[in-house]
Design a protein. Structure first.
Length: 151
């Protein structure tokens, strides 16, 4: 879409994470109820929700792999506006600089470990319990991997 047309393109508007109550039998008709949302600067390429961590994150965490190569992790309580002390962005990093982050997944064995895979062929692992979480590249010397990671 031309920029001088007075209209914003889809890419220029970023994205939005919206959380809904999908309980369709709650008497509100057949429409889900929007519980909260948060705007992002770019669109999502992948999304994952971790299991609950009762001590620190009772609703778990939400990770978004973004089109611009960034990864953002949110506390859903902040998105829902449930708790003023909830941190909206738990961690953000941009190690997948050459394309979208096509895969994000929390470990089923250690839910505070997040693996990401990008169109650049990189796999990164982040320990979200670390004081200053920084991505770890498990195969830093693997020059063979050139295909994008999608799951």
């Amino acid at each position: 879409m031309p920029q001088d047309s007075g209209q914003a393109s889809f890419e220029a508007t970023g994205g939005e994470l919206e959380l809904y109550d999908m309980n369709l039998s709650n008497g509100n008709g057949s429409e889900p109820t929007k519980l909260g949302s948060i705007k992002t600067k770019t669109r999502f390429a992948s999304l994952a929700w971790s299991p609950a961590n009762p001590a620190k994150y009772p609703l778990g965490l939400i990770a978004g792999g973004m089109e611009n190569g960034a990864v953002h992790v949110w506390d859903p309580r902040a998105v829902l506006g449930q708790e003023s002390t909830a941190v909206s962005t738990v961690v953000s990093f941009s190690e997948h600089a050459s394309g979208p982050v096509k895969a994000v997944q929390f470990s089923p064995l250690v839910p505070m470990h997040l693996a990401t895979g990008g169109s650049d062929g990189k796999v990164l692992i982040v320990d979200l319990d670390a004081p200053n979480p920084a991505p770890f590249v498990p195969c830093a010397n693997n020059s063979q991997q050139r295909s994008q990671i999608t799951s």
